[in-house]
Design a protein around this ligand. Structure first.
Ligand code: ADP
Length: 424
């Protein structure tokens, strides 16, 4: 009865370079998908759906179909059929252009990157990020409300809000990835209002590390191009500033005289430009910081969402590792059980099984799941980044190269996890 489900699907290839024709092509697909989904009695669960092989047109034009965000609506164990819900379909084509880099003053490191969204590089990133606390959903809802308020022209003097997000926490916990994935998601969801979107990633640290006088020019150039993008109302622009604390550090260093006085002008120019940008309705500013103490920059102070992203909890660690092991099973690095693909239990169903009597009839998948839980317990304190490296390090430590026994692999993984923790 309520329209709950959002589904996404990727279309390829483009039939014309012309943006108008392409958008028509996409909206035609959207209607077709809606009809297709309504007539099919598939049950909803998050994840990819096979492209129906009895439809030649879809087979030729569609790369993948993915259903997402059903969690809120599908209660545990309950199956919703397509006719019970009204899916929201977003058809999109991924940009394969790659980042467009601008070199920094030293000619070596790029100080900002620019992507046309949705980009191929960020495909699947949102799904791969696991946080226990509903952080992803909160950010998505927040950003969607902010864009809606802008679009509907809500008077900011009467109702105030802004489009600044600050994610802070220890390194490697997925802050930068989350910002990029969020930008990708929003570019897809708001594509009918904003047919084009870009992500500009500014690495604050590299911008201020060397050659301050050059940085001044860079900042000017950067904001000039951002301003041009923003002026086009059909553009949605995301500005991501990584390691935003280095702006405050650079300014303080300049004030105390340990940096050339030029730097203060650069930092101030950047902050003023950001302040100006903030008032444009089609810009979202995302910032990340590795320090959790207050950052002494006014514009960050005004962030509507300041979310702490901490090290993954036991459940998140388990789920991150589960996705790793499943990938190793899919690719054949780990051996399938009696030639059948093994399913590793999700954290909630493992907990349930461990509490119930079903535990007696321990099948292969339950045994593996319990071993994986041991690994997750041994990884207390490791960041998401270290967890995603763990299966590789484990493989490098084993004698086998291919078709490894999953159970033995997980045993080695416990040792590798303990070693990683002790070497931190
Ligand atoms: P940060 O910006 O906090 O330093 P990154 O976004 O650079 O962290 O994260 C690095 C990588 O670590 C990500 O690409 C991702 O593969 C992995 N990772 C970190 N946190 C998580 C998480 N919560 N869930 C899944 N993967 C994660």
């Amino acid at each position: 009865p309520t329209p709950p489900v959002v589904s996404e699907s990727a279309a390829s290839p483009a039939i014309a370079d012309d943006k108008f024709l392409f958008n028509q092509f996409l909206s035609g697909h959207t209607r077709m998908f809606e009809r297709m989904l309504e007539t099919r009695s598939l049950s909803y669960s998050n994840g990819p759906v096979p492209v129906p092989n009895n439809d030649q047109y879809l087979l030729e034009n569609v790369q993948s179909i993915c259903i997402c965000d059903t969690d809120e609506w599908v209660k545990k164990g309950e199956v919703l059929l397509f006719w019970q819900v009204k899916p929201l379909v977003h058809v999109y084509q991924l940009s394969e252009e790659g980042p467009c880099e601008e070199l920094g003053g030293d000619g070596q490191h790029s100080s900002f990157n620019e992507w046309a969204l949705p980009a191929k590089e960020f495909d699947g990133m949102w799904e791969s990020l696991i946080f226990e606390s509903g952080l992803k959903e909160r950010l998505l809802r927040y950003a969607a409300s902010a864009l809606l308020f802008s679009e509907k022209g809500v008077n900011p003097f009467l109702v105030s809000w802004n489009r600044i997000i600050l994610l802070h926490g220890p390194p490697g916990t997925g802050k930068t990835s989350l910002c990029k994935a969020l930008a990708q998601k929003l570019s897809i969801r708001f594509s009918s209002r904003y047919p084009q979107s870009q992500l500009i990633e500014v690495n604050a640290h590299s911008l201020f590390s060397k050659w301050f006088s050059e940085s001044g020019k860079l900042v000017a150039k950067l904001f000039q191009s951002i301003q041009e993008m923003v002026e086009d109302e059909s553009n949605l622009v995301f500005v991501l500033i990584d390691e935003v604390e280095s702006l405050a550090a650079a300014r303080n260093a300049a004030l105390s005289g340990s940096e050339p006085s030029d730097s203060i002008r650069v930092v101030n120019a950047l902050l003023t430009q950001l302040d100006k940008l903030k008032s444009s309705p089609n810009v979202i500013i995302m910032t990340t910081s590795n320090i959790t103490a207050a950052i002494d920059i006014a514009f960050v102070d005004r962030a509507d969402i300041k979310a702490y992203v901490g090290p993954p909890t036991l459940q998140a660690r388990y789920e991150i590792l589960r996705s790793c092991v499943q990938e190793l099973l899919r690719s054949g690095i780990l051996k399938k059980f009696q030639d059948k693909p093994l399913d590793i239990l999700t954290f909630p169903s493992l907990k349930e099984k461990l509490l119930s009597s079903e535990m007696q009839e321990a099948g292969a998948s339950l045994t593996l799941s319990r071993q994986l839980l041991e690994v997750a317990e041994a990884c207390d304190g490791l960041s998401g980044r270290s967890l995603r490296k763990l299966p590789f390090l484990t493989h490098a430590a084993t004698a086998h190269t291919f078709n490894c026994d999953p159970s033995k692999f997980l045993c080695t993984m416990i040792d590798t996890a303990k070693r990683e923790c002790s070497e931190r």
